[in-house]
Design a protein around this ligand. Structure first.
Ligand SMILES: C[S@@+](CC[C@H](N)C(=O)[O-])C[C@H]1O[C@@H](n2cnc3c(N)ncnc32)[C@H](O)[C@@H]1O
Length: 283
């Protein structure tokens, strides 16, 4: 008699052959999604027979074989320990972006006024909604997520309502052109890839969320001067970059923020991944 363990084994084998780097995990996540259970429950039920033919599961396995990301198949992605909804209109949040939340939260926690923080290019809202959750309801920060994609903002709105209801403002606009400031904190994970960095693993995500003009630095080359006019003394900014842009990011920031503390920080893989800017407090 076929068990759920057998189903998992067969699906894993198919996904391995199709080239998935994580075939067993993919199969488990898809099976859990279809059965509406978590992985602990799946493990408990492995010796049981499957309920029915699992037609929907095999459909999803076939789509995964063709390369579709698991996050788009299930509509969910975990980020900062939270369950975010994602659609093909939003980037799938990456683990390295979690550092932006940690850095921003540390700075906002140190403030005792009502600091204003904008997440530019918020996508599904991963950064700003995580920030709202980690700061908690009582924190006085004004939190804004902005994007020029209305479709992405609709997803961010759903995530806000599910995870931090009423806590985050959402704005549709180009970079910070809509903002009059002043701001205390700007965080951004804007598109930063060059067209030649395309690979098949990126084929399913929106190009507008991945690629930027001017060697991939085009959006930051426009954003950083806006930040320079909007950021208050004592304010901070963190942006996620491509490691190849570190030198350009540093020199751009140094010329725009001559009195700021500017640094390039590394991600867990040791790559130069974040530009941070900290302005001195007013004296
Ligand atoms: C790399 S995705 C990041 C999404 C999200 N912040 C995350 O980390 O998962 C970049 C986002 O920036 C938005 N974007 C691209 N160009 C923009 C611009 N000029 N102004 C505002 N948003 C922009 C895209 O629509 C996309 O949602």
């Amino acid at each position: 008699m076929l068990t759920l363990r057998d189903v998992l084994r067969r699906a894993t084998e198919r996904l391995r052959q199709s080239g998935s780097p994580t075939p067993r995990l993919d199969a488990e996540v898809l099976l859990c999604h279809v059965l509406g259970i978590d992985r602990a429950e799946l493990y408990r039920r492995l010796p049981e027979q499957p309920p029915g033919t699992l037609e929907r599961f095999w459909e999803l396995v076939a789509r995964r074989e063709r390369g579709e990301p698991v996050a788009y198949l299930t509509g969910h992605r975990e980020f900062y320990g939270l369950d975010f909804l994602v659609t093909p209109e939003t980037l799938i949040p990456r683990p390295e972006t979690e550092f932006l939340v940690t850095w921003a939260a540390e700075r906002l926690r140190a403030r005792h006024d009502e600091p204003r923080c904008v997440d530019v290019g918020t996508g599904c809202g991963a950064i700003i909604v995580s920030l709202a959750v980690t700061l908690g309801k009582q924190h006085p920060a004004v939190l804004v997520g902005s994007d020029r994609s209305l479709a992405a903002l609709q997803v961010a709105r759903v995530n806000r309502e599910r995870l931090a209801p009423g806590r985050v403002h959402l704005v549709c606009g180009d970079l910070l052109s809509w903002c009059r400031g002043p701001l205390d904190l700007v965080v951004a994970n804007l598109p930063y890839l060059r067209p030649d960095q395309w690979h098949p693993g990126l084929a399913w995500e929106p190009a507008e969320a991945l690629f930027a003009p001017d060697e991939g630095f085009g959006w930051y080359a426009r954003l950083l001067p806006q930040v320079a006019t909007l950021l208050r003394s004592g304010g901070g900014c963190i942006v996620e970059i491509d490691p190849a842009q570190a030198e350009r990011a540093l020199s751009t920031a140094r010329s725009l923020f001559p009195h700021g503390k500017i640094a390039i920080r590394r991600d867990l893989a040791g790559l130069s991944r974040y530009l941070t800017i900290e302005l001195p407090d007013p004296t």
